[in-house]
Design a protein around this ligand. Structure first.
Ligand SMILES: [Zn+2]
Length: 340
């Protein structure tokens, strides 16, 4: 028995984090979200070079295909390898056969110059005719000037902004900082500590596994009037698994809810990357229905077609050698871990 669906969309990914698994532990165990950022992610992103970025994107794209995900909304940061990074990610995804909507997340953590270079990378990539969003890391790592510059660039280029909002309590003033800047085409990731009666515009990106892993709390996105879409925040791109987790997490605060709401968040991904609707995934299970999938483990794609081309069949990608991608990614991971 098999059923088909369009290609799934991961609405919030960090492909660069594919090489983080197995990294050496930080000198001191992080005790809160801010320390997780400082001791893990901000050390990791600073150590990235373009070759590491390339193979992390290849591995992340491969793992997306293996999960029936044909489209990735990526949020990238590599403060010591900014220029050209978005092109490297786009090329890697294209090579594997996965669609990507990237953004470079600007920040003032490395000074105004770092933020300016990040903004220029977004501008360069989009002006070259590529589909992308303008990225901002988060309000709490940016000056008002940088937030305004990013919003103005996005308006000028006619695209949205992809930003983390109120993921931890250190970013609770984000709604005030972003007041008047957001648009309906903005993507607001996490929003765990965002007030229900906020005035921000855009789609809220819910990342249940990441929020649990960082112990930041439950966003309970059903409370918002904004559209909601599902992401992984860099922990793979298995969207059926993300849906299952989003459902039981919602259930943990509302035992009357069914899986339809979490499924609708999965479907919202197609509003962000409509081309994925034309992709076709044939699954190992029938029916691909939320009430079945919420309680059915191990559902996997048998075949994936992107833009009419079979890019995954018989458990393997057709365009690249999965074993080689994993070997090269492991080489780059070893280089990266040695720098930490
Ligand atoms: Zn994120």
């Amino acid at each position: 028995m098999s059923a088909t669906t369009p290609g799934l969309v991961c609405a919030h990914h960090h492909l660069y984090s594919a090489l983080a698994r197995g990294m050496p532990p930080p000198p001191k165990t992080p005790a809160n979200f801010q320390e997780i950022l400082e001791q893990i992610w901000w050390r990791l992103d600073a150590a990235l070079d373009l070759e590491m970025i390339r193979w992390s994107a290849m591995l992340g794209a491969l793992e997306a295909l293996e999960a029936g995900t044909t489209a990735i909304v990526d949020h990238h940061e590599s403060p010591n390898a900014i220029e050209g990074s978005l092109s490297i990610i786009a090329e890697a995804c294209a090579e594997v056969g996965v669609r990507v909507l990237p953004a470079y997340g600007i920040t003032d953590r490395h000074g105004a110059e770092g933020a300016r270079r990040g903004l220029e990378e977004n501008e360069r990539f989009i002006k070259e005719g590529n589909q992308a969003l303008v990225g901002i890391h988060a309000a709490f790592t940016c000056t008002d000037e940088s937030l305004e510059a990013a919003a103005a660039l996005a308006d000028q280029l006619g695209v949205g902004v992809h930003i983390h909002v109120a993921e931890g309590i250190g970013d609770v003033d984000a709604p005030q900082r972003l007041d008047g800047l957001t648009r309906d085409n903005w993507l607001l990731s996490h929003c765990v500590h965002l007030r229900t009666d906020h005035t921000l515009r855009g789609t809220i990106l819910h990342n249940p596994r990441s929020n649990l892993n960082n112990a930041v709390g439950y966003a309970n996105p059903a409370r918002f009037s904004n559209p909601v879409a599902l992401g992984t925040d860099g922990i793979g791109a298995n969207m059926i698994e993300s849906f299952r987790l989003a459902y039981v997490l919602q259930r943990s605060v509302d035992v009357t809810c069914g899986p339809d709401t979490a499924w609708s968040w999965l479907e919202s991904g197609w509003d962000l990357m409509p081309e994925a609707r034309t992709d076709q995934v044939t699954w190992s299970y029938d029916p691909m229905d939320p009430w079945h999938l919420a309680f059915t483990p191990g559902v996997r794609p048998l075949e994936v077609k992107v833009d009419g081309e079979v890019v995954f069949a018989d458990g393997r990608p057709t365009r690249v050698d999965a074993t080689e991608v994993r070997a090269k990614a492991a080489e780059q991971a070893a280089r990266l871990h040695a720098r930490l």
